[in-house]
Structure formats: structure tokens, C-alpha cells
Design a protein around this ligand. Structure first.
Ligand code: SER
Length: 884
């Protein structure tokens, strides 16, 4: 009996041997289809190859494609667990031709695989064809020798396949297996076709048209093939089972679920095990592909699936979180075919555990409330929507979980009143938000949010994505289109552009549609709606367009490096300065990072050096940067840093980086752990280098550090090295000797200054120490002189020197410095009883037109505006000597 893994390899090997390229499954979040929530068919990744927009170096391919049908257009969630063949996650086996072979080859290829490789009895097979497709009828007759009654012509869309309202499409032929008359049901097209006797196993689509939104259709340039066969279905058939959940793979998961709950895999709990097995697969594969539980969009679909499974685990009597304990079995079963499961195992387990831990806190109380309500509910009535909303809002019960819980009791939910309760809550949130006066013109964005929901952010994983243009706003008003030259604000259903938050600036980049190109300079968000600010630089942008959004990747890489370095800086500061360091603000843009934190004084050079060394140590460690979603209290228990005064929801995103032996991360080995919604490097080595360029005061008790990373940090260091080399060249020293050289020069300069001052004084006094000639006034030897090139400060020492030379007498010196004059007078001690230097200075200053002057009898000083009347000043001093 072949295992599901065998069936998958037989399929791929068969088409590989027939010249097909074996292409890996594309991720569950489609990269190239803005209308799809999840990849729901094998052809999704090849859509553009059918229309000829894209070519690759192969023209035939085969895949085992991961698919999710939950949420969005394709939603099988409600039926899972209760039917034999519904899944939220399944694998679609497919072979494809892009303008290579067509029906003549596709039908024989399929027939040979089924009847020879898989060994299915040809007599059990029958097919349907589109009612006008006589070609297909002829090929079936020729290939398989099928009689007319086993080629059924169908005139409905069942045999005309299209991926959506637009895109490649064409007639198809479906292959059915007849499980025999013991099972009720009729052939396709008959009144009993919904029975289980005839089961469709393979759909071969003959892609030959492209459908447009206006209803028109064109012939594709090349006729192509797209086939799809559910692995779980064909596997069940080949294992002789009628129920997909009885195949080896599901059986292993169901038994794992039974074993950890200590319950019977096949007893009353069987439906719970089936739900758990299915939901374990979809949850794990979604998490491995980067989807994390959230309150909106894809993340909410994931949460709904996880919580639905958790309720069933609860019904099995599980006392503790269960789902994460089943992941190893899933990896054992499917990890070889899908290595991403093994790579993501830890992340998957942690995410399941944390979601289940959180949900269990409210699950019991919610179920009790539901039971109470049911006892009051009159027979035959639906549960009021208000109650379902309370369960949703207060206890975290997704609507489909409540519906699922009531299903076994045959009770429905009034979804209309649920919707109005939801709308009322949104209106209230909007009123209080606008009331807070944050942005009066926000009404337009709330309208967009009401109509289309919040924007889904894809930018943690992707920098390029396709999306639909939901709204164009010009000058505060919604418009249907915008022509080249217009400044616009554009909203799309999903986006890889990060909207400014948490200190990280919004992304820039381009939005392109078939007819227009928009340069985006900034992205912000209001009420969960991401707004791209930009200018239409070519063509005309229209609402409803499909657009390709491309983030400026170089800029984002720089922003990312700065943001991750900020986390390392935050931790390094606490380690070097102390635990009082708390983040007060930050800015991470494409040029630099800035970080404000509480600390009372400037950092010393040593402190800056050791902060910088720690950051760069973790950069060189090149450890992984991991992101987890957890509830706030768990994050706090782990010691995650949060922004002071910031309001956080119950559920937070936690970013950790840096490995240490004794860290405090979830694995006790993480150095930095912070609540953060920003984008980060994958490994710390991508930061390259971090250089602190400044430490300044931001406000009282708050310091601000500025730093650079990566190329900017290198450029900064290179600039410094250049300056150093230039400076060294000027003083003719090798750069490493520069400090000694400059110290030497500074000393030389000080010495020379002293020498120059002395020389100036000597020169001023007549040079060479010669004393100016003294005359005698009233018997007192008197020297008076007007000096140039000396300052008032020099005068006292010059006066003293002169007094020394004279032995006995009086001196008057006037320093003429152009726009001012300084005056000093001196009297030798033997004469101070008769003459006062103060009087001489005062008289001289007055004669110069100034005022004042003072000192002691032996030495006094004063000043005036200029020395033009110095003759008169000398005469006035003389008059003091002569006692006139
Ligand atoms: N696209 C078709 C399907 O999903 C065949 O692969 O059924």
C-alpha cells in the first residue's frame, strides 16, 4: 500500500521522466495574485505563464502544491471534521504545459499514470468533458477506449474552469472513480451526482482563453494545460479507503492527537481528532510561510483555524496546550517533502503554544457563557448576534468557532445582528479616535476602513507584492482616477510598504499598474489603513487597478539595519550605564539612527567606547533575529523592553537578537528582547558596523545618541581617516605620530608666545634694555613714555622694571593701542610719602579725556579711549610732581 509520500513521489517522478521540470511548491501566500488570500490551486504560481506575460526556461512542469482553502473565496473551514474529503490544507498534484503540449498529450499522460503507474482498474474510471469539446471525446475514445456512456458531456461551469472572474480559463475534462454500487450516488450530471459513489479524482484544464473584467474573452496565444489532483483523495483511493482521514498520514496525526490526550482515536472524539489533524496542517504550514496570528486579514484566518482546533482539543478534555505537541509528528510525516516545516518547527511550536496558552484563559469562561445563553434560548431560535459578538469581543471566539460549537446542537447564529454589533463597535472606535483630535481629516480613511477593512501588511517577508487599488485620495477627497503630475494618496488591499510607526520611518518605492507609475515617498497609517503618499509620474491611476508595489529595497535595508542596531544600543546602554536607562524616543531612517533615553549626564568617552564595542560584538556574532507574537504579560515576564508610556494591545510582537550564555530570552539565551512592530535584519551581521557619532542632551534628564550603521558608518570612518591623513600631512607627521606632534607644536607655541611677549616689551622700552632718559621735575627724576605694541597688561611690569633702573623717581607709561589707551604710573618707595602714583594716573587719564584710574601710591593704572592727547597727559602728570 503506497503511503501519501509514495504517491506524491510517484506522481512527480512520472512527470519528471516525461520531461517535466519539477518545480517546488510556491508559498501559501501568493506573490503574484492580489485577489487571492491563499494559494488554492497548483496553477496560481504559473498564472502569468499561461497569459504569456512571463516566460521561464521550461515549458512543461509538475508540482505538489500546498493549498489552503479557508477564508476568502475558497472556504472549506466549516465542513472540516464532519466530512470525508474536506480540508483547510491539502496538496494539489499537477502537471502543466505552457504552450508546449495540449489535449492530445495531456489525456494519454494522465491515463497512463492512473492505470499503469497507480494500477487503477480502467473499468472503474469514467470522465466528463465540456459539452462542445468533441476533440476531447475523440481523444478519450482513442486513448482509453472508453465507451460513450463513460464519457459524459456536461454543459455547466463544472467543466469550464477559470481561476477567477478574470484570467486564463478553458474547458476541462474530469476523471471520476466509481466506488461501486454499494455506495449511494449517481454519475456526474445525474440527479444523484452528490452521492459518494462517483468521486472526482483529477481535473485536466485545457487553457485556451483569457477572460477580461468586461466579459470579453480572447484566445490565448498558446494553448496550455493545467491539471489538478488532490493528493489526499488519490492517496485514499490507492490505499483502498473511502475517507481521506483514514490514510496513513492522517492516521498518524490522529493517533498522535489521541495519544497526547489519552483518548480513543476512533471513539466519540473522532471528529475532534480529525479537526485537530487538519487544522494542525494548515496552521503549521501557514506559520512556516510567515503568517502569524493577528486580528485582521490572513493572520485572522490563521487564528480562526488555530482556535477552532483548540476548542476541539478542549472538548477532548485536554487540560494543557496540545497543538504544539503534535508538530513533531507532522514534521516526521511531511518534513521531507516540505523542508520549511523542519526549518520553522521551533517557530511553529512557539506560536501554537502561545496562542493556545492565551486562548485557554478565556475559552472556559466563554463556553460557560455560551451554555448559560443556550439554556435561556427558546427552542428553534438562533443564538442572538449580540451574544456571538460578546464571545468574539470579550472572549476571543471567532464567529465560526461559535457556529462550530452550536453546530452539533443544530443551532445557528444570527449573523445579521452580529454584523451590526461589530459595525456599532467600529463606529464607536472611530468617534473616540476622531474626538481625540489627532487628525480631523481622518474621516476619509475611516470610510475606507469601513468599506474595505484594514490593510494587510506583507512587508515583514516581502518587498514586492501585487495588490488592488482600493482608494485614491487627492487633496483630501476620494477620486476615481488620477492623471500624471498629481500628488496622490493611494490605499491598496495589501502592501509590502511599512507605514511609519515606532520610530521607523515609512517606506518609499513605486506603485505600477498597466497604465501608470507612482513614485511613493512615504507611507503612513490611519485606523489600520496604510496610505502611500506619492506622485503619479506617468499615465493614469484608476481605482480597481491591479498594481505591483515595490519597496525601495536599498533604503529599507538601511532602515532595517538602523532599527536593529537601535535595539542593540538600547541593551548596551542599560548594561554599561545601568537599569535606569529607559527608551524615551527613537528615529530610524535611511540615513542614521537616533535614540533618546533617560540618563542624567553626558557619557564619558570610555562609556561610549564600551557601548559601541558591545553593539559591534553582537553584530559580528551574526546571530538570528527572531520575531514572536505573544501576549503582553508573557512578554513582560521575559523582561522585554517596551516604550515608556506607550499603549500596547493584549497581544504583542516581540523581537529578540543577540545570543548569550545567560540571556533572558524565551530560550534563556537572548540578549536583547523588545516589543516592536518594526522590520529587522534577518541576522545581526547584516548591520555590518555601528559607529556612535554623537551624544547630546535632548531635554532635562534625557540624553540623545546618534549613530550610523553599514555603509554610512564606513563612510564616516573613511572621512575621519581622510581628515587625519590631511592633518598629518600638514604638520609633516605620520598619522600615528600626530598626537605627539600636535602636543609638541602646542608646547612650542606656548613657549614662543612667552618669548614674543618679552621681546615686545623689550622693543617697546627702547630695545636691548637701554633705559629712556629721565628728566627732573621738581627734584624728582621722571620718565614718561608713549609705547606702541604693548597692552595695558604689560604696563605694570614695565613700570616696575623702569623703577628698578632709576632707583628713585617717578614713571608714567602710556600704551597706545589705537582705539584705546592704557596708562600706568609708578613711584619708587622713597618718594611715595610725597607723590602718589594714583594722582599721576588720574591726572593723565583726565587729560586723555577719560575718567578714573586707581591703585596704590607706588603703582596705579587707568585707561582712556585713545592716546592722541598723550603730551597733555604727560604734562598733567608732571604737574602732579611739581605740586602745581
Ligand atoms: N486549476 C484546476 C483546479 O484547481 C486544475 O489544476 O482544479
Amino acid at each position: 500500500m503506497p503511503s501519501l509520500n509514495d504517491v506524491r513521489s510517484t506522481f512527480l517522478d512520472y512527470f519528471g521522466a516525461n520531461g517535466h521540470e519539477i518545480v517546488p511548491s510556491s508559498p501559501l501566500v501568493p506573490r503574484n495574485d492580489p485577489t487571492l488570500m491563499f494559494t488554492a490551486a497548483g496553477m496560481v504560481q504559473f498564472k502569468n505563464l499561461f497569459t504569456g506575460v512571463e516566460t521561464r526556461d521550461y515549458t512543461t512542469a509538475a508540482t505538489a502544491q500546498k493549498c489552503v482553502r479557508a477564508g476568502g473565496k475558497h472556504n472549506d473551514l466549516d465542513n472540516v471534521g464532519y466530512t470525508a474529503r474536506h480540508h483547510t490544507f491539502f496538496e494539489m498534484l499537477g502537471n502543466f504545459s505552457f504552450g508546449d503540449y495540449f489535449k492530445e498529450e495531456a489525456i494519454p499522460l494522465a491515463w497512463t499514470l492512473l492505470t499503469r503507474e497507480f494500477g487503477i482498474d480502467p473499468d472503474k474510471l469514467l470522465v466528463t468533458v465540456y459539452h462542445t469539446d468533441e476533440e476531447a471525446v475523440a481523444i478519450w475514445k482513442k486513448t482509453a477506449g472508453l465507451p460513450d456512456d463513460r464519457i459524459i458531456r456536461i454543459a455547466t461551469d463544472d467543466n469550464f474552469w477559470s481561476a477567477g472572474p478574470t484570467g486564463p480559463c478553458g474547458p476541462c475534462t474530469e476523471i471520476f472513480y466509481d466506488h461501486g454500487p454499494d455506495i449511494w450516488g449517481g454519475p456526474p450530471g445525474s440527479a444523484e451526482e452528490d452521492g459518494d459513489r462517483f468521486i472526482e479524482i483529477w481535473n485536466l484544464v485545457f487553457m485556451q482563453y483569457e477572460q477580461f473584467a468586461d466579459g470579453s474573452r480572447r484566445d490565448l496565444d498558446a494553448q496550455s494545460i493545467d491539471t489538478g489532483m488532490g493528493l489526499e483523495r488519490i492517496g485514499a483511493l490507492l490505499q483502498g479507503k473511502h475517507d481521506n482521514y483514514d490514510t496513513d498520514l492522517f492516521r498518524a496525526l490522529i493517533e498522535a492527537s489521541a495519544s497526547v490526550t489519552g483518548t480513543d482515536p476512533d471513539g466519540d472524539g473522532n471528529v475532534h481528532h480529525r479537526v485537530i489533524a487538519d487544522h494542525l496542517r494548515s496552521s503549521s504550514f501557514l506559520i512556516a510561510d510567515g503568517v502569524l496570528p493577528a486580528s485582521e486579514g490572513r493572520g485572522y484566518v490563521l487564528r480562526r483555524i488555530m482556535r477552532r482546533a483548540m476548542r476541539h482539543a478542549h472538548l477532548l478534555g485536554a487540560k494543557d496546550p496540545l497543538m504544539h505537541r503534535l508538530v513533531p509528528e507532522l514534521v516526521a510525516q511531511m518534513g521531507q517533502a516540505y523542508p520549511e516545516l523542519g526549518h520553522g518547527q521551533r517557530m511553529i511550536e512557539e506560536t501554537l503554544l502561545s496562542e493556545e496558552t492565551r486562548f485557554r484563559r478565556t475559552l472556559d469562561r466563554g463556553l460557560r457563557l455560551l451554555d448559560d445563553e443556550l439554556t435561556r434560548l427558546p427552542e428553534g431560535t438562533d443564538l442572538p448576534g449580540e451574544t456571538a459578538f460578546k464571545l468574539y469581543d470579550t472572549f476571543g471566539f471567532p464567529l465560526d468557532l461559535t457556529q462550530d460549537a452550536l453546530r452539533e446542537k443544530g443551532i445557528g447564529v444570527n449573523t445579521e445582528s452580529f454584523d451590526s454589533a461589530m459595525a456599532a463597535q467600529k463606529a464607536q472606535a472611530r468617534a473616540s479616535w476622531v474626538g481625540s483630535g489627532e487628525q480631523a481629516d481622518a474621516a476619509v480613511w475611516f470610510d475606507v476602513a469601513d468599506r474595505h477593512g484594514m490593510t494587510e501588511f506583507l512587508g515583514y517577508a516581502d518587498l514586492v507584492a501585487e495588490a488592488q487599488v482600493l482608494a485614491i485620495v487627492v487633496g483630501g477627497e476620494r477620486v476615481a482616477q488620477a492623471a500624471a503630475g498629481t500628488d496622490v494618496q493611494v490605499v491598496t488591499n495589501q502592501t509590502p510598504f511599512y507605514a511609519e510607526a515606532g520610530g521607523q520611518v515609512g517606506d518609499a518605492g513605486t506603485i505600477e499598474t498597466d497604465g501608470a507609475r507612482i513614485e511613493v515617498t512615504d507611507t503612513r497609517k490611519v485606523a489600520g489603513v496604510f496610505i502611500h503618499f506619492g506622485t503619479v509620474v506617468a499615465g493614469t491611476l484608476r481605482e480597481g487597478d491591479t498594481a505591483r508595489l515595490t519597496v525601495d529595497g536599498d533604503r529599507r535595508a538601511r532602515i532595517r539595519a538602523n532599527h536593529s542596531a537601535t535595539h542593540l544600543l538600547n541593551e548596551a546602554l542599560r548594561e554599561v550605564l545601568g537599569d535606569h536607562v529607559a527608551q524615551r524616543g527613537s528615529l530610524n531612517d535611511g540615513e542614521r539612527l537616533r535614540f533618546d533615553f533617560s540618563h542624567p549626564k553626558a557619557l564619558t568617552a570610555d562609556e561610549i567606547a564600551s557601548v559601541q564595542a558591545r553593539i559591534n560584538g553582537f553584530i559580528r556574532q551574526n546571530g538570528p533575529v527572531s520575531t514572536r507574537i505573544m501576549d503582553l504579560s508573557t512578554a513582560r515576564e521575559l523582561g522585554a523592553q517596551a516604550l515608556f508610556g506607550e499603549k500596547y494591545g493584549e497581544e504583542v510582537r516581540v523581537v529578540s537578537m543577540g545570543q548569550t550564555a545567560t540571556g533572558k530570552g524565551p530560550a534563556r539565551d537572548t540578549w536583547s528582547i523588545e516589543l516592536c512592530g518594526g522590520t529587522h535584519v534577518g541576522r545581526t551581521g547584516e548591520i555590518g558596523l555601528c559607529v556612535i557619532t554623537g551624544d547630546s542632551a535632548s531635554s532635562a534628564g534625557v540624553r540623545r545618541i546618534e549613530a550610523l550603521t553599514g555603509q554610512a558608518a564606513l563612510d564616516h570612518l573613511a572621512g575621519q581617516a581622510r581628515q587625519l591623513a590631511e592633518t598629518a600631512a600638514i604638520v609633516k607627521a605620520a598619522p600615528q605620530d600626530l598626537a605627539d606632534r600636535v602636543r609638541q607644536l602646542a608646547e612650542d607655541r606656548r613657549r614662543l608666545e612667552v618669548e614674543v611677549a618679552q621681546l615686545r616689551r623689550d622693543v617697546a622700552m627702547g630695545g636691548g634694555g637701554t633705559a629712556p632718559e629721565a628728566r627732573t621735575v621738581a627734584g624728582v627724576p621722571f620718565v614718561a613714555q608713549v609705547l606702541q605694541g604693548v597692552t595695558g597688561k604689560d604696563l605694570p611690569s614695565l613700570v616696575d622694571a623702569q623703577k628698578g633702573r632709576m632707583g628713585s623717581g617717578a614713571v608714567l607709561l602710556i600704551a597706545d593701542a589705537g582705539d584705546k589707551a592704557a596708562v600706568a604710573a609708578g613711584v619708587t618707595d622713597d618718594l611715595t610719602g610725597r607723590i602718589s602714583a594714583v594722582d599721576m594716573v588720574k591726572a593723565a587719564v583726565a587729560a586723555l579725556g577719560g575718567k578714573g584710574g586707581g591703585g596704590r601710591p607706588d603703582m596705579a593704572q587707568g585707561g582712556a579711549k585713545d592716546a592722541r592727547r598723550s603730551e597733555a597727559a604727560i604734562a598733567a602728570a608732571e604737574a602732579i610732581l611739581s605740586g602745581d
